[in-house]
Design a protein around this ligand. Sequence first.
Ligand code: NA7
Length: 578
Amino acid sequence: MDNESILNNIKSDIQSPNPDAIIIGAGFSGLYQLHSLRNLGLSVKVIEAGSGVGGTWFWNRYPGARCDSESFTYSYTFSKDLFEEWEWSERYPGYAEVVKYLNHVADKFSLKKDILFDKRVISAHYNENINKWQVKTDSLEEFECKYLITAVGCLSSKNIPNFDGLDSFLGESYHTGDWPNEEVDFSDKRVGQIGTGSTGIQSAPEIAEKAKHLTIFQRSANFSVPASNHPLSSEFKKYIKENFEEIKNTIQSNTNGHFFKFSEQKIFDTSEEEREKIFENAWLNGGLGFRACFNDIAFDKKANDLASDFIKRKIRKIVKDPQKAKILTDIDHAFASKRPPIDTNYFETFNKDNVSLVDLKLSPIESITPQGVKTKNKEYELDILVYATGFDAMTGPLLNIDIRGRQNLKLKDVWSEGPKTFLGIQVSGFPNLFTITGPGSPSVLCNMIVPIEQHVEWINDCISYMEKNNIDHVEATKGSMDYWTKHVNDVANETLFIHAKKSWYYGANIPGKPRGFMPYAGGMARYKAICNYVANQNYLGFKFSNSDKEETFVPSKISVDILIKDLMTKKNNLNKKE
Ligand code: NA7
């Protein structure tokens, strides 16, 4: 055991039942936040609903569940040693390998002893008189802490549409985000799958391999690009081990946290023949990098139309039945304006004799019946029903907890017209509450591990500053929160995301949910520069308990040049103020 681990063990043993900090969730964010806060010398507890570490990956065990980020970039970079000792087996890791990795991390840093498993936080109320968060779990245990950090993930609150007769189905039914640990036996079964987002596109080919028949219910057709997944070669594994710094620097300075770089070429500067060649190579290479093969696909609708057209031609070529191909290519949004899926044999699956496709646009689902699914035109008899119907994204996991700030202020009331945050990190009226990858931060638009590490480190710096300066609490000012919330929507309006206003990015997949673009679309590099700038300006836009200053952060007044310069010249480490 190394010195750090011994120290952590000692700290843990002397912890009081009411720690300095509570973290909700033991996925990527919660584990790193626990490790980081412990290193500040704080006592910390993590409360986790699952019986193991993994967060989103603990629950999303459906057939075909696989990460869309390349494995070597979906790794923590805070520890070179950890990075170099872990070996991924494939280009895109399956859920089981990700869970194995997180268990390895938890064991390496002795994290599990500070995690309370099988407990779901149901409420967290701030008590102003004692400057403590009072946290209650579903087993009715109560804790108090100074700092409360939510590490609940963005896509962890499952969405099962409220169909008529939902509970009447006599067969087995599963949501992909709450998949049982035991293997589901599809053999000789008639299976129905509702949903063709990233998840449904991953699960359908796997289910079709095993089921007697698979009926895919599609409401909206979707783009998808081949993942081109493959085992990593020993040369590439060697490259990963020997190039930690380069990999870290690239993913942390890129706009979306991935390793691929956007091409400098514009679509309309290339001949048709050249363009086709570039698309073809990008298609063969596969993965999320397809959209980066030209630098204007994500910004210029006309350029995007050409990329969309290329993908639709590919779908028509793969899918032999013209009727199915027509339904699959009737796509109503710009490529990558909804979360762009990547797949392994998704469109090929429709060539199998045991797979049928139902176009819900023509014949919507009317109800779930004891036998299966009834659409306007027909009743489909099923043995197993798979809901690949997504999540109450970003706000759902937070609003599922009864969170109350000053004067009993309810988070759900502050967010009644859509989420409001400052930087996605804090909400005015909720002192010492930090929301890792909260709405208003880049999160889901990136390779998640990058925004997670950035938030954890920013929060750690802020708490470290407070502890060293005997500060009781920190809180985003209302003005800063209002400015930032508007800024998040203004930035989204400049992008192609507005061509998919029905997406979960806008909250549109949940009936009654307020509409507004939830993640920050200004890019990870810019966002990180803003966060560093804020911290370096004495946490501009936040109010500390030891100061009457209440300055408002106004994003439009800060030029990107200043931000980038600031990023280059100053370190985001407030300890230097001592
Ligand atoms: P998504 O992307 O929200 O996809 C959900 C799918 O379920 C999508 O095809 C929806 O159709 C469909 N859906 C949702 N509600 C209904 C109803 N009421 N009737 C029919 N079809 C419905 O979730 P995923 O889990 O696939 O992906 C989420 C993220 O998880 C993904 O980005 C990865 O990062 C992991 P719609 O398109 O709304 O018409």
